[in-house]
Design a protein around this ligand. Sequence first.
Ligand code: NAP
Length: 283
Amino acid sequence: MAKVPTVKLRNGVEMPQLGFGVFQIPADQTEQCVTDALKAGYRHIDTAVSYGNEAAVGSAIKKSGIPRAELFITSKVWIADATYEGAKKSLQNSLDRLQLDYLDLYLLHQPYNDIFGAWRGLEELNEAGKIRAIGVSNFNAAWLANFVLGDTKTKPMVNQIEIHPFNQQPEAIEIMKEYGIQPEGWAPFAEGRHSIFTNETLTAVAKSHGKTVGQVILRWNIQRGIVAIPKSVRPERIAENFDIFDFELTPDDMDKIATLDQKLATVNHDDPAFVKYLYGRTL
Ligand code: NAP
């Protein structure tokens, strides 16, 4: 089975560069999908309180019999719990649902509510060994700079943001580099939008390597130093998305893919209506 490369986070924790995302997988399908992913070779799983499927992820992990130390498990605090006390309770609830003693990475899911208070909670849990690494998600460049320069003792180790060929995020990645924060990309396939799998440029690059468009996109992430977490409910795609370590994109391929950036985000975190929608979600 292919060895997934790792990136070293600022505190020395090694994070596999390819993981399996479980957003929008119904809870009653998640155990099977995670089982398929673990069989295919994934050891890094990305879930969240708001996905409603942590318990199913936990069951799949337990049944797999894979030693805990070989796994990298991420979850995320939802907005309603993004306060000092709320974040601490949220972590314990996540651990209980996942049937784990510690998490590898816990993220503030969104840049809203009392994120500084919530962060102090995560810092304490990190110091107590309950979370090996802590980070944020959906923080744009300015919010990230404010967070790093503001009232935080520990800087985020990861920022998980939307990254795909149509939304390449060069500015956000640049600021993360400056502050030593690992970029992690969600929706590597733009959630299947914008006819990404039949895009002419991506198809041509894929053909030249005897690979699929999905594999090219994931490889592009890996070669940009980004952690990628594709989602699929289909075992054959789960396996396909893992089979990306036997080829390399050329500098010319990378340049061609760079031309596809249109800053096409699937959601707009600056839109008050979107913020209102998120606050209104009941889990
Ligand atoms: P995605 O991975 O970009 O796309 C998933 C879509 O692509 C699904 O429709 C899937 O269909 C299809 N697909 C997967 N592999 C394929 C392949 N090889 N060929 C053709 N189609 C393929 O979308 P995502 O789930 O939104 O993002 C990935 C992960 O990022 C999530 O699961 C979650 O862990 C994380 N995420 C985080 C945030 C955040 O706010 N932090 C937001 C969104 C996502 P099938 O399932 O039918 O195969």
